[in-house]
Design a protein around this ligand. Structure first.
Ligand code: ZN
Length: 402
């Protein structure tokens, strides 16, 4: 049995009485068909209403495809023959504001940006419209918003009705659906006339502010995200709080924020490059002092705390750039590293030296070439690393006869 859809003529009544005409299930959940309902079933891009029926939570509302009966899907079964329904007001009104706002915005996009609506998505979290243009300019976006908000300020009456075929034939309808049977028309004060089955505000003023908050180009189309009414206010409040906080932290007016961020970015870039050259000078000086400290053997042995593998590797490279040098270095830590190298003129393969050092430390992960090898990744203390490197140094001295 089909359901009389009372929300078609009245989207403001949110409490009603009805007779249960069928008890059924929908995807294993209990569902009721009522003789009449104000609950909006999901459709036309608009999400379903939520609320309660005789105190039992209505988790979803769907249209049964074969007979268009409205299924009120419940949290638990209900056996009463007569029921009282209550619709969640905040959710419904938010969706009404956005659905009416979407109609106004779609028309404003046509008028001010020559962009036609391809599809619409509405949810309590996000509202989007896909349009058939990819190159809408900032001026056009501004014109679209101005026009939509003018329509709001004019507080035009919004009318929804099922016109007779003769009347429908002469209406300048923006978007006609491909459906059999009677077509419902929603007219926002003559500004936008379109076919729609959704719930709408009675006057355009109730939509409140209409704001496009984001536009993403997708191939030949654009997906725009918008907010209306209370959601637009919430969005403004959140963003304003962020902007004010950033301005206070950077001690500039909000209009100077972009410039301030650019300045920080460029300062950061030059600081990075200064730091890089300072670090390399430091490594050069450190390498020179380590080379001097190695004395006759020309073998540098050292375990570092608080050094990254990259820094130790750079030091090995610096040391072994000098003829005759061997560097057997390590970085202490949870993932300790052993890095060994030698100058081109030294007849020594550091790979077996590295392998035996790593074995002492309990790792087999490492390798390299005769002149440079690296490995580790296991936890090692300063003592353990120093002792393992000292053994490697003895072996290197023996092999080289130094
Ligand atoms: Zn609609």
């Amino acid at each position: 049995m089909t359901t009389e859809r009372l929300y078609y003529n009245d989207s403001y009544t949110l409490e009603f009485e009805a007779q249960v005409s069928e008890r059924t299930t929908h995807k294993d959940r209990p569902a009721l068909v009522l003789d009449r309902t104000y609950f909006y079933p999901e459709g036309g891009g608009q999400p379903a209403d939520q609320g309660v029926i005789n105190g039992v939570k209505v988790v979803d509302v769907q249209t049964r495809p074969d007979d268009r009966a409205v299924l009120h899907i419940l949290e638990k079964p209900l056996n009463d023959p007569q029921v009282e329904g209550q619709i969640n007001k905040a959710r419904r009104f938010d969706l009404m504001q956005h659905h009416s706002g979407q109609h106004v915005l779609s028309k404003a996009l046509e008028v001010a940006a020559k962009a036609a609506t391809l599809s619409v998505h509405m949810s309590p979290e996000s509202m989007t419209i896909d349009v058939n243009r990819a190159d809408i300019t900032a001026e056009e976006w501004a014109a679209v918003e101005e026009l939509a908000n003018q329509v709001v300020l004019q507080d035009l009456p919004v009318r929804a009705w099922f016109p007779e075929p003769a009347e429908l034939a002469i209406l300048p309808v923006r978007k006609m659906p491909d459906v059999a049977g009677k077509v419902r028309i929603v007219d926002v004060g003559g500004f936008d006339i379109t076919a729609c089955g959704g719930t709408h505000v009675a006057r355009s003023g109730e939509i409140g502010t209409v704001k496009v908050i984001k536009a993403d180009r997708r191939g030949d189309t654009t997906r725009l995200e918008f907010r209306c009414g209370v959601r637009a206010l919430r969005d403004y409040r959140e963003k304003n709080a962020i902007i004010n906080r950033l301005s206070a932290e950077m001690t500039v007016g909000y209009w100077e924020l972009i410039e301030a961020v650019n300045r920080i970015q460029s300062e950061n870039k030059s600081l990075r490059s200064e730091l890089k050259s300072a670090k390399s000078q430091l490594a050069e000086a450190e390498a020179a002092s380590l080379i001097a400290g190695a004395g006759e053997s020309r073998i540098v042995v050292c375990a570092f705390e608080d050094r990254s593998a990259d820094e130790v590797r750079a030091l090995v490279t610096q040391i072994t750039a000098a003829p005759g040098m061997v560097a057997l270095l390590g970085a202490v830590g949870d993932k300790a590293q052993v890095i060994m190298g030698r100058a081109e003129d030294v007849p020594l393969d550091v790979v077996p030296l590295l392998k035996s050092t790593l074995k002492t430390l309990g790792s087999e992960r490492g390798g390299g070439r005769p002149n440079f090898a690296q490995g580790g990744g296991i936890p090692a203390t300063l003592n353990a690393l120093e002792s393992a490197l000292a053994t490697a140094a003895d072996e290197a001295r023996r092999l080289l006869g130094r």
